[in-house]
Design a protein around this ligand. Structure first.
Ligand code: GLU
Length: 407
């Protein structure tokens, strides 16, 4: 069974052993400060009223307000939201931004909803959780299947409730509603900066380095695009329906354009269709899961041939698979470091809103690079000096700061 919450607790226990944390600290960090379950009615386009189920988990605010995305998916469940919220606590600490960990979600299939319905669901959800969010309480953001537009609706709804537009209560808003330039690229770009650090430390020559990317949504797309621009060869990409492979390298923009015109990646010139199973076992240098949880499992981990796994999704590797990869000598650059670019730029947005500033994209990207370089170095050095996995090294850096902040 691959229960994300169980995985998050197992990881916590493992780092607790390494850091020799007292049992009462582990007990405190194993639970969430708050877990809110809400049910709210929404009028659908056909006039019927449907009840929706949503959650907001607040894991720890020891280092600052809770921070984390809101996910809209039919698979949203308490275990997932709890795990994701705990991972946000570590992620914010590793990225060295003054936030704790939170996460929210609504059980809904966005593909079955009109834009009007999504607007009403977004507004109703924020109404349902508004008492526990706010610029210095809990600052949501997008996650899977939520968008800047939805963040804008939520900010607007919150303004109606509190009687004042409060942009810092949510991040990744549209620019005209107080959003930051470059937030769209941020998670993928942050992953690319991590890749550059890795390449430098491990002496990888981009031209000789091949990459396979699972998931070409916002995150996977930008990692693939920046990597290709830097000379890496992206030999395979996958959306939720097809995997395409071309040993000469895939132009991600051409693939996206092809998909737009033909409705699918199938038939892309020069590229062969392979199975999802093959994607994970390709003899590439770097495998990039950039979609969802639990895709690298005990079922396929043994057959993975990549030398590195760059986790751009949250929780893509199960705990059992993690152990298998470690035994095989495959280095996993963990989600809490690899995809921290998104929340880091969310912090910059929050900071701008709090100080009424407006940064250029160049400034945002160069500040992001500084944060990623520092976080990577800290984890890389810990790993080298303590002979632990990259995940445990990143956790050691992140968890110890949270523990110190708990006092
Ligand atoms: N949902 C993203 C994550 O998992 C971003 C969170 C944020 O920007 O607050 O890191």
């Amino acid at each position: 069974m691959n229960d994300p919450y169980v995985t998050s607790i197992t990881q916590l226990k493992r780092i607790a052993t390494i850091l020799k944390l007292p049992p009462e600290v582990v007990e405190r960090l194993s639970v969430h400060d708050k877990f809110l379950e809400v049910h709210f009615p929404v009028t659908m386009d056909n006039g019927t009223v449907r009840m929706f189920l949503g959650y907001r988990a607040q894991h720890s605010n020891a280092r600052g307000p809770y921070k984390g995305g809101i996910r809209f998916s039919p698979f949203v469940n308490p275990s997932e939201i709890r795990a994701l919220s705990m991972w946000m606590t570590w992620k914010c600490s590793i990225a060295d931004i003054p936030f704790g960990g939170g996460k929210g979600g609504v059980v809904v299939d966005t593909k079955q909803c009109s834009s009007w319905e999504l607007e009403r669901i977004s507004r109703a959800y924020i109404r349902a959780i508004h008492t526990i969010v706010g610029p210095d309480k809990d600052v949501p953001a997008p996650d899977m299947y939520t968008t800047p537009e939805m963040m804008g609706w939520m900010a607007d709804e919150y303004a109606k409730i509190v009687g004042k537009y409060t942009p810092a209560m949510i991040t990744a808003k549209p620019i005209e509603k107080g959003g930051i330039e470059g937030r769209t690229e941020a998670t993928g770009l942050g992953g690319f900066y991590v890749l550059q650090n890795l390449a430098e430390r491990e002496r990888l020559d981009p031209k000789q380095t091949t990459i396979a990317v699972q998931g070409i949504g916002n995150v996977g797309y930008y990692v693939a695009r920046y990597a290709r621009e830097a000379g890496y060869r992206v030999v395979a990409i996958a959306d939720s329906k097809h995997v395409i492979k071309n040993d000469q390298g895939i132009d991600i923009d051409a693939a996206i354009e092809f998909k737009k015109v033909h409705g699918s990646l199938e038939g892309m010139p020069g590229a062969a269709i392979i199975s999802n199973e093959e994607l994970f076992t390709l003899p590439v240098d770097i495998l990039v899961p950039a979609a969802t949880e639990n895709v690298i499992t005990s079922e396929n981990a043994e057959r993975i041939k990549a030398k590195y796994v760059l986790e751009m999704a949250n929780g893509p590797t199960t705990d059992e698979a993690d152990a298998i990869l470690e035994k095989k000598g495959i280095t996993v650059i963990p989600d809490v470091l690899a995809n921290s670019g998104g929340v880091t730029v969310s912090y910059f947005e929050w900071y701008q809103n709090m100080h009424d500033e407006h940064w250029t994209k160049e400034k945002t990207f160069s500040e992001l690079k500084k944060k990623i370089d520092t976080a990577f170095d800290a984890a890389y050095l810990y790993k080298k000096n303590n002979s632990v996995s990259f995940r445990m090294a990143a956790y050691a850096v992140g968890v110890s700061k949270v523990v110190k902040a708990m006092g």
